[in-house]
Ligand binder design. Sequence first.
Ligand code: NAD
Length: 262
Amino acid sequence: MSLTGKTALITGSTSGIGFGVAQCLAEKGANIVLNGFGDADEIEKMRSAIANDYGVNCIYVAADLSSEEGVKALFDDMKVQGVNGADIIVNNAGIQHVSPIEDFPSEKWQLIQDLMLSAPFYIIKCALPFMRKNGWGRIINIASVHGKVASVNKSAYVAAKHGLIGLGKVVALETAKENITCNSICPGWVLTPLVEKQVDLRAEQDGLSWDEAKMSLLSEKQPSVEFAKPEQIGALVSFLCSDDAAQITGSELTIDGGWTVQ
Ligand code: NAD
């Protein structure tokens, strides 16, 4: 399966799952649009590594996606850099905040909805005309097990991820006859900076070493007691971009070591 000639935009790809997905799609030949925050020199190293290692075009767009203007700036900046649209969209950028509802800062609630539910909507809205014109498209939303089940103290995250899966189902129906698919991937624990912060918090709150906190986090929810890896998420994204997956649309695919079948 080759994605040569296709362009993939992966939001939040300067870290964790997003960078893993970008590497997997570049390995299949796709040109890559990286996005996300971070140190400029580090990001340039990531961008040039993808371009050199896989021989593809790779650009970086720094847009903050927590507003509709930010999403428009993303597509405008892509055009300035010579990229007129994306054949593959991976809605991945995300953050977490853990707190009981009474203490949950309202501005954090809003930021999580803006970045993890509204941004995918605005991005899909901007991306669909290009996909329809070309008669081909793949939209993959990186949701979560928390789009299917809940955990305490994650009200904003769980609400946004449930919403994202719902959005994906509507997009799948609206594009069903157009060679465009839209699916959601639902990872369990993947060891990335987003989860490392939760291990830190658990170590501090429960008086555990970092390794003990990591095992306590895993064993509570993920029966395999193993983290999923960014490249495993990337492999599933690659498969969803293939012709073999042309009839998979509107689905919610778990990579969770058994979390959600308990
Ligand atoms: P991460 O913290 O490693 O990466 C998050 C990325 O999002 C970074 O590139 C960051 O710069 C970017 N980002 C944050 N705010 C942004 C903004 N306003 N505009 C643009 N980019 C922004 O996290 P991760 O674990 O790789 O998570 C990636 C996605 O996977 C998230 O949507 C997360 O909810 C989801 N997910 C993660 C896990 C896990 O266990 N790590 C499990 C299920 C789902």
